[in-house]
Design a protein around this ligand. Structure first.
Ligand SMILES: Nc1ncnc2c1ncn2[C@@H]1O[C@H](COP(=O)(O)OP(=O)(O)OP(=O)(O)O)[C@@H](O)[C@H]1O
Ligand SMILES: O=P(O)(O)OC[C@H]1O[C@H](OP(=O)(O)OP(=O)(O)O)[C@H](O)[C@@H]1O
Ligand SMILES: O=C(O)c1cccnc1
Length: 490
């Protein structure tokens, strides 16, 4: 089936309401007014103590290419929902604003701004959907990967999820997010090509089925590859697969690197132990046992508890689909906008649910680390014009429970929202993917263990500065007073 139009831009990868609002701003002559939007999420994914930030690279690619093509305009015209003069404006649309973001591999927490757009409102509105689309997925996968990697430790863990992912793009960007989260390699060859992620793999049951028995299949593989990992569970792991792998390895001797055997079904604990013994007894103590089949951090931990002798883990479905939580729930909220007098004024979205109220004003997030041991004490959210580096000590308090507070001195405060675009100019010095992956490891090293445990972690402090908190309370009060003046009864 042919596309109705060429698929030649991502500008329409947005919700129709964004374009509708853009038309309103533009026709009302307020489209160029400055607006600040911030993205944040409300709940920690997988009830984890931290989340791993990923997605910035894709967002950068998206914003860099952002423009409306002739076919975009033709299509919008055909919907009869937009005025011709607005469509003419879109022809020259480019992003001219500023963007600040956490860096990939940083740890992020709920209720803090992780991405900030300070731009003409018409531009900031358009990009909301794609930004959330990217962040909501990649942060989930990077976090899930990091949970898995922390259980696996120094062992290797391979990403096998492409066939189960929600479509092509998800597997590519999910693979990259998994690598940032600490995975060692991927089976996705295109991800290897695009990002330089090491590719790795074994073979499928199809090979054994094609040759109709383990022996002919393993022999054929050994004749055509130097590095061999044989999949041993097609017919019978202990009675056929493993003895045959050993036989072929002995027959080929130095002609192959007998790297391992993979088990993909059955009781992985008891099978792996028996396979390990068979390999050792046959004189292959260095040959590794690979395992796959519906694994994630919970099954891996359980298998380790059972003493499973598994060296390399292959993870697909549960990682790439972020199986136990379908979305991060990140949102993108307007926190300040230019008024009729050209002043930037703070805005708030009230809600009956206190936890859902946004924090008004353009902000910065500071990671507060102890100067002596380097450990993170918490994150401190200030209004953008505050600088805690000038303070001797900080009073950090939980905005939901203001009596929960601590004074911190001898600290290092680092601004976490880094400049990516400044007034339309791309200013970010992008790290390599391996630097990003190392950055996650270093960020985790600075986190106390109580925030890292996979079950019931301590809640990491994400606090507001007094000024930020007072500003929020004043705005809530102001809106309540305004609503009262309207005089409507409930
Ligand atoms: N010892 C174990 N302890 C806990 N979970 C395990 C253990 N061994 C395997 N599992 C997990 O149990 C789940 C189901 O395994 P099961 O044996 O039912 O499937 P299977 O062998 O793949 O079945 P099939 O033959 O249909 O492929 C998988 O997620 C697997 O990782
Ligand atoms: O279980 P996951 O974590 O999703 O890991 C990926 C799965 O994909 C493959 O199975 P599949 O049945 O698709 O193909 P196969 O013939 O190679 O077994 C592989 O053998 C794993 O079982
Ligand atoms: O290489 C493998 O073993 C592999 C690749 C994709 C999915 N499952 C297994």
């Amino acid at each position: 089936m042919k596309f109705n139009y060429p698929d030649d831009s991502l500008a329409l990868h947005t919700d129709a309401y964004e374009l509708s609002m853009m038309q309103t701003y533009w026709k009302q002559g307020v489209g160029n007014r400055r607006a600040v939007f911030e993205a944040f999420f409300r709940k920690m994914p997988f009830q984890n103590g931290y989340a791993v930030y990923a997605g910035l690279d894709h967002i950068i690619r998206y914003v860099k290419q952002l423009h409306f093509t002739a076919s975009d305009i033709d299509y919008l015209k055909s919907t009869d929902q937009y005025d011709d003069d607005f469509l003419e404006y879109l022809r020259d649309f480019r992003f001219t604003g500023s963007i600040r973001s956490f860096e990939e591999g940083d740890l992020v927490f709920n209720h803090e701004p992780i991405f900030q757009v300070d731009a003409p409102i018409i531009e900031g509105q358009l990009i909301e959907t794609a930004i959330l689309n990217i962040l909501n997925y990649q942060i989930m996968v990077a976090t899930k990967a990091s949970r898995i990697k922390s259980i696996v430790g120094d062992q290797s863990v391979m990403e096998f999820g492409t066939r189960r992912a929600q479509e092509l793009d998800a597997s590519i960007w999910g693979t990259r997010a998994a690598y940032i989260g600490g995975f060692n390699a991927t089976s996705n060859v295109r991800a290897g090509k695009l990002f330089g992620i090491p590719i790795s793999g074994t073979h499928a049951h199809a090979l054994v089925q094609a040759y109709r028995n383990d022996y002919d299949a393993f022999k054929a593989y050994a004749q055509t590859h130097r590095d061999c990992v044989f999949l041993v569970d097609t017919f019978d792991t202990l009675k056929s697969g493993v003895p045959t792998a050993i036989r072929v390895a002995k027959e080929f001797g130095d002609k192959i690197n007998f790297i391992g055997v993979r088990i993909d079904s059955g009781d992985l604990a008891s099978l792996s132990k028996r396979v390990r013994t068979m390999l050792d007894e046959a004189g292959f103590p260095d040959v590794k046992v690979f395992a796959s089949n519906g694994l994630d951090e919970k099954t891996i931990q359980n298998l380790k508890m059972q003493g499973a002798k598994i060296d390399v883990w292959g993870i697909g479905t549960k990682l790439i689909t972020a199986y136990d939580q379908p979305t991060l729930g990140a949102v993108y909220k307007l926190v300040a906008v230019e008024d009729d007098n050209g002043q930037l004024v703070d805005t708030i979205k009230l809600s009956n649910n206190v936890a859902k109220m946004s924090t008004p004003g353009k902000k910065q997030v500071w990671r507060i680390n102890d100067r002596l041991d380097g450990k993170s004490e918490g994150d401190y959210i200030t209004l953008a014009d505050e600088d805690p580096r000038k303070e001797e000590s900080l009073n950090m308090f939980n905005p939901n429970f203001p009596l929960q507070q601590k004074d911190v001195s001898d600290f290092i405060a680092r601004p976490m929202l880094k400049d990516i675009w400044k007034d339309g100019e791309f200013v970010y010095d992008e790290p390599t993917l391996d630097e990003t992956r190392d950055h996650r490891t270093a960020s985790l090293d600075a986190l106390w263990d109580e925030y890292k445990r996979d079950l019931n972690p301590e809640v990491y402090p994400v606090d507001l500065s007094q000024k930020c908190y007072d500003n929020k309370l004043a705005m809530i009060h102001h809106i309540h007073e305004y609503v009262k003046t309207l005089g409507h009864k409930e």
